[in-house]
Design a protein around this ligand. Sequence first.
Ligand code: MG
Ligand code: ZN
Length: 622
Amino acid sequence: MKTENPIQKIIKTSLFALLLTVNATYSQAQENTKESKYSLSNAHSHNDYENDIPFQRAFQKGFGSIEADIFPVNNELLVAHSKDQLNPSITLYGTYLKPAITALRKDPNRKLHLLIDIKENYPIALATLVKQLEPHKEILKTSTHAGRLTITISGSRPKPADYKNYPDYIYFDGEWPLQHTPEESKHVDLVSFSFTNYSKWNGKGRLDHADYTRVKNLIDSVHAEGKKIRFWATPDTKSTWLALMNLHVDLIGTDVIESFGNFIKDLPKNIYTNKEIHKAYQPTYQSDGKNGKIKNVILLIGDGMGLTQIYSAFTANQGQLNLFQMRNIGLSVTNAADTYITDSAAGGTAMAGGKKTNNRAIGVDSTEKPLKSLAVYAAEEGKKTAIVSVGDLADATPAAFYAHQPDRSMEPQIAQDMHTSGINMLLGSGISNFKKNLNGTTAVELLEKKGYTVAYSFEDFKKSNADKLVGIVTDNETRPKIEGRGEFLTEAFLKVTQQFSKAPKGLFMMLEGAQIDHGGHRNNLSQVITENLDFDKVIGKALEFADSNGETLIVVTADHETGGLTLLDGDIQSGYVLGEFSTNDHTAVPVPVFAYGPHSDDFKGVYSNTEIFKRLLKYIQK
Ligand code: MG
Ligand code: ZN
């Protein structure tokens, strides 16, 4: 047989590789795992027997491939890495074959690849193995039988010419380059390589371009032969796993079963590729940062919208956001009075009422004293006021602007506070809180007595010209964007500005992108991004509105970050993002503040979230 070691092969193909370099470098960015074809069936438990619980940990995690090293000893096959570690009670049959066959019989949807690395004396080892496998033929895969257990022999193994001496269910790790007769080829399903022969990459950053081309050419050549490929001795990092996936490696080996298992299992919900791009509005900047008069104040709160949420939306929207058109930027420190990490109640109250308070408190300070909200101050100045949320109207963020209750769970009480607020227009969902009878009355009855028109659908809300108007729409109308919500938030914004733009003293509006937070809590990247993009469309309308009158100050910020989102990969050109969440809760990281319009430069710097109240109040009361 003609032998050619991998390095010779590389030299031979290097001219070809050189021609491909430009192309391959380009495609390294392009070929990102846009929609992952990878599942746990591609996960390979390297040297699995070195785990505290061999076989079970990887199998229960869902791995499609497991590796065991064996030595033939006294008619048995013992599993160990080296001879001095042999233990007569750890047999291939007892530790791997029997549990695998039992488990596969129980679960007809499961398949398993068992890679058996024979350390010495393959004739004896294979004879013993065949004896053990023969009674279980029906579950073993062959080129003509769709069995669910694939046995591949690696390490010490026969010459290809001798493959025919073994049953069809015995596959061999191919010797590269493959030079097989069709009959021999039927016994080869996989080719394994030491990664270190192709690259010295340490698994951080990316493969350098020459290595990338070398590895990619190898993978493509193996695939061209119709075989699967696996590398051993790869770095065991997220960047490596991603690189191997982007290169279409079939079996990805790991020693960290739980981490890799979770990583690959969560890929479908951690990857998002945006299809609907919205164009960013081009502001005039005529009033921006100037000393002009402020008539209208618009506060846009993206609940849970940290910098990574924003940047994932920017990437998904192929490199543009209305938010990123705003030039005056600060950071808001969000901690609550009683905790390092705020909730939306304390975060909303700090911005609405100007005091750090305890988590769960709505519109009251940490001694439960009511705090007058920016919306109420604005109403006192004769401005038209509006509170809009694409979520429950009695939920913490909107509630902090009209209610005063010690705990956010007191939603019926929160709803009943609304009629005393003097705010003109409120919109959101969650009707049950407004129909709940407390002390012989409901929030709806109280609102109607105060002269409010109550609309129960978004259509009716939009149609009404009432000056005091509450829209409590069906929960379906505020469903997540990924479940098909329409342009609720943009249309609500336009309704408020159309109705109140001619008000002599102007308007104050707080509009909440409530569900960026929900996506973070669910660790659902698609939800985070689609909600953020929906919110960004409103930001575009707000910038347009500000430019149309030159007397509008816009502040866009968040109450806190949700999910501890990290971006592991992305491609601005195609709108692909891969993110990972570190928690299903809020985090402490300060959140960005973006401002536009007259005096927007007042929002530069790093400050407490209560400063947003103080600085806005200054312009509301002018
Ligand atoms: Mg909220
Ligand atoms: Zn939250």
